[in-house]
Structures are given as C-alpha cells and as structure tokens.
Design a protein around this ligand. Structure first.
Ligand SMILES: [Zn+2]
Length: 318
C-alpha cells in the first residue's frame, strides 16, 4: 500500500533540535528505512521556522529556510538510490517507477516572506510546493488559530490576500492548518489553486483551535480540498496519549462530513513530543491505523484514498 504523509517536521528535528542524524540514521519517527517499510510514495517535509518571538527574526528565518532546502537537496543526493525530490505529480510517479520515495518540500511559517512577494517566487523555484501561511503567531500574511475570539475572527492582511493568490498561480498548495477561522475563510475566498489542512483534526471530537469545525470540513470538502490526520494527542482528544482508536474516530468523522475524498494523512511526526503513549511512534507502524480503520468498516478502496489517493488528486491539480 502506498502512503503519502502531508506533514512532518523531520528536517527541523534533525537540523535544529537534535543537531545530528540524517535521513537514514536518526532519532526521528521518519527515516528512509521506516518509509520503505511503510510503503511511502511521497513524504511532505516542512521547512518549519520556529521564530519564537517573531520580532525581527523573519530575515534569519528566510535564510534558514534556504539552509533547510540545501540540507534536503544534500540528503536526496546522498541517498539517491532510495529517495528523490519531487516537484509535481509526474515526478512522484516517475520516482515510484524508479523505486524511489518522493520528498516534497513545504514551508511552515509564511512570515519569512516578510512582505516580499519576490521571496515566494524564489521559494517556488527552489522546489517549495506547499505553504502553511502562518504558525501560531500573527505575521505579514494574517492571523493564526487562537483561543481568543478576537484573534480567531481576524483573517488575511492585504499582503496575505495577494500572497495566497500568488501561491495558487505559481502552483503551490495553500495550507489552512494553523490558520484562524477568519484566515481560513479568506483563504477559501481568494485561493487560485488547491487548499488543504495538511495536519489538522476535527474540532467536534477534540475541542482544540488547531482543529477544523464541522463547517470548515464542509466548506473545504466543497472546493475539493482535504485534511491530513494529525497524530498529536491533544488534537486527537487525549492530552498525553495518541491512540489509534481516536485517530480512526477522526477519520470516520471526516468521511461522514467531507466524504471519502476528504481525509488524508498528515502525521506531524517529529514536530511534537511529551506524549507518553504513542500507538504509532514511527512511520513503519502505520499498518496499525490501517488495521483499526478496517476493523471500523472502512473499505479497501476508501483506505487507498486516505493513504494516498486523495493527496495524489490534490498534487495532480497543481
Ligand atoms: Zn504545524
């Protein structure tokens, strides 16, 4: 079975957190041997810029994004027998024919544009194919998810509207994970290409502002988008544990509301810790979720869509 995971922070963990390891040997949930066991067709790798107290550090963030891209270019060169960068649906297919896993690059923190649209073009040229416009802070594009109503209602800024339009024109997926409700609806209004929530769950089942409300699932499904299931316990419903039963419940809720074309996988592997019990600690354990979904009555056809079919449809539409 072929797997496409729409979000991981493995580059960030290797470069910024652990400061050691590579795509084969590491302390991460994602590695080339693990992906081979899981049958990974493509893995989206985020260049996550953790510019903690934003002020003044976007420039450093932009430079660091380039270092992260350089790093992945180096890794795919070093391990070219098994993995290659992909910039399109056709690349993913070609890599698969050659027996290689595809690595697709994303940027998580659009604040690094720092108001400069030219940077979007540069990032596109360097291979970025999905942008998460903001993390958990307000930036030049707009407002993030928040427990504060006043922030949650705010949306895209004038530069953000132009940036979101440009992403679609260039051929980048716009990611509404981390967006405020206002930003979410603005993105749906202005986007000129595919929109996904790369790593978000259902707020009806886990009341976290990072998750999608039922209304958001309806509207995102209505424009042909989808959402990647996030494995982080608090987004699933339990503070310090990540259970397959809860994962399956979110997938079923997504199917019920958005249809079987809606759910995807967006593990968020290597982007969180502090979870004591992880039913799926590593990519090679993905089979456990598949078994649980099968037990809950999800058909093989639906499973194939969740595993990779829906993500491939989005890639094809770029
Ligand atoms: Zn994230």
């Amino acid at each position: 079975m072929k797997l496409i995971d729409m979000h991981c922070d493995t580059i960030w963990k290797l470069m910024d957190l652990d400061k050691e390891g590579d795509m084969v040997e590491n302390q991460c949930s994602i590695s080339i041997p693990g992906m081979k066991k899981a049958g990974t067709l493509a893995q989206f790798f985020a260049c996550f810029l953790y510019v903690e107290d934003m002020a003044g550090r976007y420039e450093e963030g932009y430079r660091h994004a380039h270092e992260m891209i350089d790093f992945m270019e180096g890794q795919t060169e070093k391990f070219q027998k098994d993995i290659a960068l992909a910039y399109s649906y056709d690349d993913v297919m070609k890599n698969a024919e050659d027996g290689k896993i595809s690595a697709i690059l994303t940027v998580e923190e659009g604040g690094i544009l720092n108001g400069d649209m030219g940077r979007l073009e540069t990032l596109y040229k360097r291979g970025i194919r999905l942008v998460t416009p903001m993390w958990n802070y307000e930036n030049c594009i707009g407002f993030p998810n928040s427990r504060e109503r006043s922030v949650m209602e705010k949306g895209l800024k004038p530069f953000g509207i132009e940036a979101v339009k440009r992403m679609g024109e260039l051929g980048m997926i716009v990611d509404v994970s981390h967006a405020s409700e206002g930003t979410f609806s603005d993105i749906l209004r202005y986007a000129k290409g595919p929109v996904v929530a790369s790593h978000s769950n259902c707020r009806a089942l886990a009341g976290h502002p990072r998750n999608l409300t039922d209304e958001m699932i309806y509207s995102l499904a209505g424009i042909g988008g989808g959402a990647g299931l996030n494995f982080y316990g608090p987004f699933l419903g339990t503070q310090d544990a990540s259970y397959v039963e809860e994962m399956a419940a979110h997938i079923l809720h997504m199917i019920r509301l958005g249809g079987e074309e809606f759910p995807m996988i967006g593990t968020d592997f290597d982007g969180f810790d502090g979870i004591e019990r992880l039913d799926i600690p590593k990519v090679e354990n993905m089979e456990r979720l598949r078994a649980e979904l099968k037990k809950k009555g999800v058909s093989e056809t639906q499973l194939d869509k969740i595993w990779s079919g829906n993500a491939l449809r989005i890639l094809k539409s770029l």
